[in-house]
Design a protein around this ligand. Sequence first.
Ligand SMILES: Nc1nc2c(c(=O)[nH]1)N[C@H]1C(S)=C(S)[C@@H](COP(=O)(O)OP(=O)(O)OC[C@H]3O[C@@H](n4cnc5c(=O)[nH]c(N)nc54)[C@H](O)[C@@H]3O)O[C@H]1N2
Ligand SMILES: Nc1nc2c(c(=O)[nH]1)N[C@H]1C(S)=C(S)[C@@H](COP(=O)(O)OP(=O)(O)OC[C@H]3O[C@@H](n4cnc5c(=O)[nH]c(N)nc54)[C@H](O)[C@@H]3O)O[C@H]1N2
Ligand SMILES: [Mo]
Length: 840
Amino acid sequence: MSNKTDGLYVAATADVASPTRRRFLQGSAATAAISAMPFSLSLLSSGAMAQSTTKEILSGCHWGVFKGVVEDGRAVKFIPWEGDPHASHMLDGVRDSIYSQSRIRYPMVRRAWLEQGPGADPDGRGEGDFVRVSWEKAIELVAGEITRVRGEYGQQAIFGGSYGWKSPGRLHNCQTLLARMLNLTGSYTSSSGDYSTGAAQVILPYVSGSIEVYEQCTTYPVLAEHTDLMVFWGCDPRNNSHISWQVADHGAFPGVEMLKAAGVKTISIDPVRTKTADYLDSEWITPKPQTDVAMMMGIAHTLLSENLHDQEFLDRYVSGFEEFKPYLTGESDGQPKDADWAAEICGVEADTLRDLARRFASNRTMLALGYATQRQHHGEQSTWMLITLACMLGQIGLPGGGYGLSYHYSSGGAPTHESPILKSIDNGSGVKAAEGAAWLAGGGGVSIPVARFVETLLNPGKTMQHNGREIELPLIKMAYWAGGNPFAHHQDRNEMLKAWRELDTFIVHDFQWTATARHADIVLPSTTSYERNDIEQVGDYALSHIVAMKKLVEPQFEARNDFDIFAAIADKLGKGYEFTQGRSEMDWIRGFYEGAKIEARAKGMEMPVFDVFWDSNKPLAFPLKDENKYFVRHESFRNDPILSALGTATGKFEIYSRAIAGYGYDDCPPHPTWMEPIERLDGPTTRYPLGISSNHPRSRLHSQLCGTSLRGTYAVQNREPCWINPKDAEPRGIKDGDVVRVFNDRGQILAGAMVTNDVMPGVLMVSEGGWFDPINPREIGSLCRYGDVNNLTPGIATSKLAQGNCGQTGAGDVEKFTGDLPEVTVFSQPKSMSDSETSA
Ligand SMILES: Nc1nc2c(c(=O)[nH]1)N[C@H]1C(S)=C(S)[C@@H](COP(=O)(O)OP(=O)(O)OC[C@H]3O[C@@H](n4cnc5c(=O)[nH]c(N)nc54)[C@H](O)[C@@H]3O)O[C@H]1N2
Ligand SMILES: Nc1nc2c(c(=O)[nH]1)N[C@H]1C(S)=C(S)[C@@H](COP(=O)(O)OP(=O)(O)OC[C@H]3O[C@@H](n4cnc5c(=O)[nH]c(N)nc54)[C@H](O)[C@@H]3O)O[C@H]1N2
Ligand SMILES: [Mo]
């Protein structure tokens, strides 16, 4: 496959990006080389297309660039773009999401709320007793309620954090649009951080001077050439890089293929047999979940005691190793963190740990860490300890050595192209600042750590520690969500249900009847990306193309664009023009493109005029420079630690942080420390016998697509699969395909047993994102019929430092379910829908 045929190209105007046509083509060839997997599809010839009303329309989504085949106004198939090196099998489900049974059709209001007013019968949320209303009425209700809540409780009483994986696109970014509407009309409580890297992104600035988790890693071509040993530590690119935050490029797939072709030795340290390990036939080591810090320390202790550590590197590039050393050796607390100690905790044999230390030190070793080990109680420590280990190995900044924190995510490690950044719609805060921020006097502008929303609802006025500061938790009476699914993503569902009763009003925009929409008071049907026009970049790191996300079909039922919904609300609140600036959808998109065109010109590239780009029906390709193809993370720091100092206080890697020491947090000491999580497999105070992992699903993006036909490809008796090792299944009389009940003190779910050796003994794996389907929504603790694992996870914070979520913490037990099997109802229209088809 040649990239020449599958993209429109920018032309070079100067020497900067592509000095000669030859160099330019070399750049393209380089792209083709990393996307070496041919993906040939015979597209309908244009002649065939002319005979029917079939059209192939270019678009993009989290799952990649594709063409929507549209016949007589209906999207009949999504075919992957020919330039995609590894098209996602999820595209079929993406198409189905337009038409699935779970589509929200009309604006709906919960009956009790409509008839008795805000705050009425909060326990009844989730019962599905909705009344259909007209759009006019819905907008009036929302605008009126925003005004009421602000007037009675203050600006901060509206929570507009609205976290989640809204669809890509620079215009129809429903979270930004929500913030824009709220900012232009007043203020609100927002949120900071995310559920992905809540702990790591807060501690890393202290350790390596930037958030790093979303920054480029040493690229795959470098790894293929220089790395002897690649360690995937809870890190699964071949699952997790199916998607990107923007439009997926899938560059990790050819990247991992390059490792295989080059014969790089790989190890997977993971309680689950990953897709990547399977593909590479990696050596598989299975620590007990949540014990990686101890395991890393056992390896570090071996390095030190066998004098395998790189003292020169530590002296030159690292601060605080001397403060950490007495803890590692046990001099400070009487407990050497040696391999024997670590083996007791993590369950991996001490000899294996010693062997790993020796192999890490004697090879060019890349430590690739995923995010799961930091989405755990005390999750700050695993990232910190991994970097400590890499510092001791002294290979950071060398080609193919050191560590990488994003190899699994959005194809980190796939080289970054020479591309401008598309402009996007903004959240209106600038306009607010220009107006003199009069609302500030009203007490708006509060921000809480994103995963502490439930704690906030339950404890208004409480003081919370966060990253060296104190936050007074605001009183919240309304939550407004667009583009996220808190009833999937947040932990401890039953605590959450209780907290939700504190709200007067919960407003949700979505296109699917998720559990979140079902628990709302006002539900507004939004369009999918495939019912509107937008524009986006391809690859979060690769930035290889700009793609038109074209409208394929008309909005289904009464769905409206979030943009138009928020514009109507802003208009009701007197800020309609400020919201739209009088510009149409295509005006905005053209503007974003023109902004990028100017930036491209400054970089020596000439993008085609907008209409040529848009009408070409092809993604616009950007060149790849050699220096980006062979990028080595922290190379410049290694070469010149003074001029290219890290952003930490000392300019070096910090294994001891004076700033963190100053905070005095009991749950986040000033150097990496092994701390028992509240519960884990074989934890000293854990009541339940099995650990629970909740990995990111293989055939979904979180909860997205659970309501589509894709579910049929993996569900077990229409329940979410629960992976269980035969050693745990047999004594419990559980057979493959049985419905099981998974439970602990926090909650209980049904799931479908998948008996497999791909999960280690002692661990259950139920992927996050299964739709919450309580038998009795009024009853807290009610059995979830489908299998939402967040009924079982704890709602606690990682620590006072980051206040991140602990989705990958948990323990419980499982039994064969022998009762009458309840029908799963969460994927169909809410129960009152049939009698609500006529508008109230
Ligand atoms: N136990 C456990 N829990 C976890 C995790 C874990 O590992 N374990 N992982 C965590 C992580 S990393 C994350 S990122 C979160 C993910 O949590 P979320 O991002 O909240 O999950 P999604 O299912 O992607 O929800 C996105 C929602 O936005 C809707 N949507 C998409 N496009 C649009 C649009 O244009 N307009 C509107 N109005 N709606 C739209 C979708 O239909 C969907 O309902 O989950 C977290 N929760
Ligand atoms: N297909 C698909 N891809 C996705 C997503 C999706 O929903 N579906 N979500 C995207 C998002 S928002 C994010 S943030 C990333 C998430 O990326 P990650 O957080 O890295 O993904 P996880 O699936 O939670 O875990 C990755 C691996 O860590 C392992 N693991 C779990 N606990 C432990 C542990 O205690 N120790 C060790 N050593 N390993 C452990 C798991 O078994 C799994 O193989 O993925 C992104 N990619
Ligand atoms: Mo995430």
